[in-house]
Design a binder for this molecule. Structure first.
Ligand SMILES: NC(=O)c1ccc[n+]([C@@H]2O[C@H](COP(=O)([O-])OP(=O)(O)OC[C@H]3O[C@@H](n4cnc5c(N)ncnc54)[C@H](O)[C@@H]3O)[C@@H](O)[C@H]2O)c1
Length: 387
């Protein structure tokens, strides 16, 4: 069969007040190698169909079960290749499980699900169906974060002793949900967000730096989750001290009440021969410190010899033309696309090892352990192992 654009179905992400559907759509369309074919974009059937029409999607569905059922009944030459799930957290598991069971690929938003139990069940389905699966830890799609991972893997900073990962925001420092602000309303509702508010929403991004960049995972942790805004049922501040599987230590902190912080997430990975440091506020630069040496600045640009071949296919512009958040999302879609195409025998670059289902499950294990520890006044709690 000749190569063609991949067909993508979107779940969630519709309506005028929606946030994260649009960045995904831009990411999907960025390279003209995929198209938005189908959508179940809102929770109400008639609004879902109207939203698909407004976004010029050829096939609008009333809900995701109908979309998965009808798409999987189509001939392969017409059906969607993967779905992108951009719903509140409680509506990740259902469509992901249905798509995986139907042989359709999945790019799912984080946190993977609302409970570890759901995450494990989804893991089993994805494994048995060999579903192409990417979890949208967006920052792992940024080339400098990818470079940090490669440098650590190449032993450039020696053995890891410590990881510091952070993600402060300030937008929930007041009770925004009282004004029914859409994104705030579900994020502070345990039935929609899961067992942790701030931790699930952005603590998972910070923890993924530990896994993706340092290549390590938490074995046990102590946590202090706080709810600073009165009347809120979930944490709006999340602080964790963790031990890692190589004996290293990590601090993972996230906050939604850090007034002034603008998605200032980042990490410091500290090894026996050097330290790597990166921050979203200066995301085109990766800093490397080595004892007694001037600080080294890696800058983003495919023409620089230090960019490994594994990352170059993910850069689109010469250095100095900033590529950022949308390109990072596009890179995660690119990894899923190349995985799907590669399995079909098409000639594509080797996909980067972006976060998959196991990383989504690990995020949920970390969150559940943190909630349990905090409820026990910061006792050490084992982080469940991912099978
Ligand atoms: N990776 C990132 O950097 C990042 C950034 C922002 C949000 N997110 C994640 O994206 C997801 C959505 O967040 P948001 O801020 O866009 O929320 P939002 O409230 O702005 O949008 C949610 C959308 O889902 C739709 N929806 C709800 N239930 C549905 C259902 N059952 N079927 C179909 N559509 C349904 C709503 O109509 C709405 O269009 C969350 O999981 C969030 O954690 C990730």
């Amino acid at each position: 069969m000749s190569q063609r654009k991949l067909r993508v179905g979107m779940v969630g992400g519709g309506g005028p007040a929606n946030f994260f559907g649009a960045p995904h759509r831009r990411g999907i369309l960025m390279d003209n190698s995929a198209e938005l074919t189908a959508g179940a974009l809102r929770s109400k059937p008639e609004e879902s169909i109207a939203a698909a029409r407004e976004l010029f999607m050829p096939r609008g569905y009333p809900d995701w079960p109908t979309m998965i059922r009808e798409e999987s009944a189509l001939p392969e030459s017409d059906r969607i290749d993967y779905i992108t799930i951009v719903t509140p957290n409680d509506a990740h598991f259902g469509p992901a499980e249905a798509a995986a069971s139907a042989g359709i690929g999945v790019l799912c938003e984080k946190p993977l699900t609302t409970t570890l139990d759901e995450a494990r069940r989804l893991h089993a389905t994805v494994r048995s169906n060999e579903t192409p699966f990417v979890v949208a830890y967006t920052y792992t799609g940024l080339p400098m974060v990818m470079l940090a991972r490669e440098l650590v893997r190449n032993g450039e900073i020696g053995e890891i002793r410590k990881v510091e990962a952070w993600y402060p925001q300030g937008w929930l420092a007041t009770k925004l949900e009282a004004d029914n602000q859409k994104q705030a309303a579900w994020r502070v509702d345990p039935s929609k967000a899961g067992g942790s508010g701030c931790g699930g929403d952005i603590g998972t991004h910070a923890y993924e730096f530990v896994r993706f960049v340092a290549g390590l995972s938490a074995t046990r942790l102590r946590a202090r989750l706080r709810t600073f805004v009165p009347g809120r049922a979930l944490d709006d501040d999340f602080t964790v001290l963790a031990e890692l599987n190589n004996g290293a230590i990590a601090t993972v902190s996230a906050s939604q009440v850090t007034i002034g912080a603008q998605n200032d997430n980042g990490f410091r990975v500290i090894g026996t021969t050097g330290t790597l440091e990166w921050s979203m506020t200066d995301h085109l630069v990766l800093k490397r410190y080595a004892g007694g040496q001037p600080v080294q600045l890696y800058r983003q640009g495919a023409e620089y010899g230090y960019f490994p071949g594994s990352i170059k296919p993910y850069l689109r512009l010469p250095s100095g033309h900033p590529e950022g958040f949308h390109e990072a999302l596009a890179n995660l879609h690119r990894t899923l696309e190349w995985t799907i195409r590669g399995r079909r025998g098409e000639s594509v670059p080797k996909p980067f090892e972006h976060p998959g289902i196991a990383d989504g499950v690990a995020g949920m294990a970390f969150i559940e352990a943190a909630v349990a520890s905090s409820q026990r006044d910061g006792e050490w709690v084992e982080v469940p192992r991912i099978g």
